[in-house]
Each structure stands twice: as structure tokens, then as C-alpha cells.
Write a protein that binds this ligand. Structure first.
Ligand code: HEM
Length: 405
């Protein structure tokens, strides 16, 4: 319908996409409607100006994010319709660069985010997690799983990978929360970001001749070789540090889902060998974020699924929608641990795909092993609808996860 409408010059209607405070793992009903309406629709989000295209089908999503005619650099300086109340696109930040500069910056830290880089921190991560679970068991039930484990564990791991000393973990967490939170206003967020940036500028500056394998050493060495500027290195370090905490929300949703679906937990306990595959299926299924993230701007006229997008138009893709595309994932609403193949795009696709994907998988595997094997009777301590979920957040997840065993 949209294709016909667009070809006859009539644009599809602009749909208002409000910020919804969704709970549990409920799929956004507005996104479901948009997906049903057509492969390419038009949306207006709560903040910013005007409207943007929304692309939801798996193949179209992958095509758009891999097509250099859709630029992130071109977003800087524009007030595109968006979910986030305030928008601080730093020129040169990894999210707002296009290849080849984007490739150059990402390459400087790539070694830390490969499987080998993950193995470097695995044993230490397992030890840190075991200590948190020891404390949980020692204190006894009930407990808030987020405060006890799902919060502190990803912070400890990302600090380890970054080369941030243990004594600075708490400060990093406070800055991260202030940067991400809209509640305290733009000024507070910007101050926290300046402070975290100053911290990383010092750390990276000290490591300019380093041969270390942590991220700040890799960045220091790249600055020392003149491959990236200190400003670029600091911007990337801040985003990686903040991104590290995404695992708290994602694993919070994951354990919420598992603890409300005992049949899934029974299988994961009985067949531990399926856990890595099950984690990928959960990553596909969980609605990691609200609405959509960063848009791209068409730098020339492009046709997507028969719709003519004009140069200068803003385009969003939805990875959540792509992960429910029935042409790629039969019966997409079902959590199917045997799903194979499972080429989900929970970590994105194309040049901006998430650098933390390997780390997030590793942490979720360790969490699943530790919590299912060491806390046998683990269950929710309250009714599922009593679990508080974060409101007004970009990334979805429980505020706390009351459990007992
Ligand atoms: C980008 C998902 C964990 C750091 C992204 C993107 C997605 C995503 C969908 C956007 C891709 C795009 O723009 O097209 C997730 C999920 C996570 C997770 C579901 C947890 C389960 C992490 C972790 C880190 C991280 C642990 C840090 C180590 C980043 C950064 C970007 C990004 C820096 C921007 C990359 C770029 O623009 O080049 N992530 N992420 N994320 N993520 Fe993650």
C-alpha cells in the first residue's frame, strides 16, 4: 500500500510514536502497528523536529545500515525527531562518524573486543562474579538481584577491560548513570560527561607508550602513533565505558523472563550445553531498548522497498522489528532455544555494529552459569507485575529484581 502511495506521490501518514513506559518484555505495541502498516513508514518521536522514515524488515534494515548513502556524520548539527530529550552529538564521536574515519577509530580498540580479547578477561570476570554470588548467598534471601549482581558485575568487567582500577569503579558507575539519566537535566549530564572525559584523558595520556592489552592502553598507543587524536580516543573510551552497563538492563530483562517462565529454566538446567545458543535466542527476543536509537541521513535519493527516500531525509531502522521478521525467524514471538540459524541483529549490523557484543555474550553466559547452577531455587520474590521497570529510559530493564531461593 505504501509502495503504491509513494509511487503515486502520496507519502504515508506520519505516525506519532510516544515514549511508552513498557514493563516486562512486552513488545512495543506502536512498533507492532508500524510493522503491520508496511516496510517503510513515517514517524514522529517525542523530541526534536519533523518526522523520519522507519525501516522495519530484516533485509531492508541490513541494507540501510550497510549503505554509505545513509550517513551518521550528516546527523551532527540537526535536530531530528528522536526519543532522547537532550541530544549531545559530539563531532567525531564513534556514533557520528562514517567510514573511513569510523573504521580508523574502531580499529584502534578492535583487539580488545575480539574473542581473544574476551578470553583475556574471562577468568577474572568469573572470579569477580563468584565473589558477588558468594556475598549474595552469605547474606541469604530475599535479595535484589540487580543491586547484588546484575549491576556490579558488568561494571567490574568493563572497568577491567578498559584498564580502570577497581577503586574507580564506583565513580565510573555514578558518572554513567548521570550521563544516561534525563531526570537531572542536561547540565548535570554534560558535567558528568566532562568529568569522565577528563578522567580518561589522564589515563590515556599516561599510556601513550603502553603495550598493554586493555582499552585505554590500546588507545594510548594509537594516540602515541598519531593514528587517533586524544579527543577521539577519549570520546570512544567514554562511550565504551557507558555501553558496558547495557548488560545490566539486558540481563535484568533476561532473568525476569526466565524467572517468569520456569519451563525455560528447567531446560537450561537440564541441558547446560544449549546455554550459548539460548542466550542468542534471548538476545533476539528481548526488547533491549525503547523506540529507536540514532538515525542516519540519506545523502542522495535512495529507494527502499519501493519507497523513494530523498536526500536530506532522516531514516531510522529498528533492530527490534528486524529480529521479529517472520521471513527470517519463523514463529518470531516464540522463544525457541533450538532456533537455527539465528542471524539476529540485537547488536546491530554494518560498520556501527556493537563493539561490546562479544563481551555481553560472555557476561551473560557467566551469569547464567553462576545463577542457575549456584542458586538452585532462584525465583521471583514478588508477583511478576510487581517488578518495577525503568521509566522514561532509552534502554529497557528492571529497576530492581526482587528474588528469593
Ligand atoms: C552500539 C546493542 C552492550 C558499546 C550498539 C548498537 C546496538 C547495541 C543495537 C547500535 C548499532 C547501530 O548503531 O547500528 C547492545 C546490546 C548490548 C550491548 C543489546 C547488551 C546486551 C554493549 C557493551 C558495550 C557497548 C557491553 C561496551 C563494551 C557500544 C558502542 C556502540 C554500540 C560504543 C556504538 C558503536 C558505533 O557507533 O560504532 N550496541 N550493546 N554495547 N554499543 Fe552496544
Amino acid at each position: 500500500m505504501i509502495e503504491e502511495a509513494t509511487l503515486t506521490g502520496v507519502l504515508p501518514p506520519v505516525r506519532h510514536w510516544p515514549a511508552l513506559d513498557l514493563t516486562g518484555t512486552e513488545f512495543d505495541p506502536v512498533l507492532a502497528e508500524l510493522m503491520a502498516e508496511g516496510p517503510v513508514t513515517r514517524v514522529q518521536l517525542p523530541h526534536g523536529e519533523g518526522w523520519a522514515w522507519l525501516v522495519t524488515r530484516y533485509d531492508d534494515v541490513r541494507r540501510v545500515v550497510n549503505d554509505p548513502r545513509f550517513s551518521r556524520e550528516a546527523v551532527v548539527g540537526r535536530q531530528v525527531t528522536r526519543l532522547a530529550p537532550h541530544f549531545i552529538p559530539d563531532r567525531g564521536a564513534v556514533g557520528f562518524l562514517d567510514p573511513p574515519h569510523h573504521t580508523r577509530l574502531r580499529s584502534s580498540v578492535a583487539a580488545a573486543f575480539t574473542a581473544k580479547g574476551g578470553e583475556r578477561v574471562r577468568a577474572k570476570a568469573r572470579r569477580m562474579l563468584d565473589e558477588l554470588v558468594d556475598d549474595l548467598l552469605r547474606a541469604g534471601p530475599p535479595a535484589d538481584l540487580t543491586a547484588a549482581v546484575l549491576g556490579p558485575f558488568p561494571i567490574a568487567v568493563i572497568c577491567e577491560l578498559m584498564g580502570v582500577p577497581a577503586r574507580d569503579r564506583h565513580g565510573m558507575h555514578v558518572w554513567t548513570q548521570l550521563i544516561l539519566s534525563a531526570a537531572h537535566g542536561k547540565e548535570v549530564s554534560e558535567t558528568a560527561k566532562r568529568e569522565m572525559s577528563a578522567y580518561f584523558a589522564d589515563l590515556i595520556g599516561l599510556r601513550e607508550n603502553s603495550s598493554g592489552e586493555d582499552v585505554t592502553s590500546l588507545l594510548g598507543a594509537a594516540v602515541g602513533r598519531g593514528e587517533v587524536t586524544l579527543e577521539e580516543a577519549v570520546g570512544l573510551a567514554v562511550l565504551l565505558q557507558i555501553g558496558g552497563e547495557a548488560v545490566t538492563s539486558n540481563s535484568g530483562q533476561m532473568f525476569y523472563l526466565l524467572l517468569t517462565r520456569p519451563e525455560l529454566v528447567r531446560r537450561l538446567r537440564a541441558e547446560p550445553e544449549i546455554r550459548p545458543r539460548a542466550i542468542d535466542e534471548l538476545l533476539r527476543y528481548l526488547p533491549h531498548r525503547n523506540a529507536v536509537g540514532l538515525c542516519r541521513i540519506a545523502v542522495e535519493d535512495v529507494e527502499i522497498a519501493g519507497v523513494r527516500v530523498r536526500a536530506g531525509d532522516a531514516v531510522y531502522v529498528s533492530y527490534l522489528a528486524a529480529n521479529r521478521d517472520p521471513d527470517v525467524f519463523p514463529d518470531p514471538e516464540t522463544v525457541d532455544f533450538a532456533r537455527s540459524p539465528n542471524p539476529h541483529v540485537a547488536f546491530g549490523f554494518g560498520p556501527h555494529y556493537c563493539p561490546g557484543g562479544m563481551l555481553a555474550r560472555l557476561e551473560e553466559e557467566l551469569l547464567m552459569d553462576a545463577l542457575l547452577d549456584r542458586v538452585p531455587g532462584l525465583r521471583l520474590a514478588v508477583a511478576p507485575d510487581q517488578v518495577p521497570f525503568r521509566k522514561g529510559a532509552l534502554i529497557r530493564g528492571p529497576e530492581s529484581l526482587p528474588v528469593t531461593w
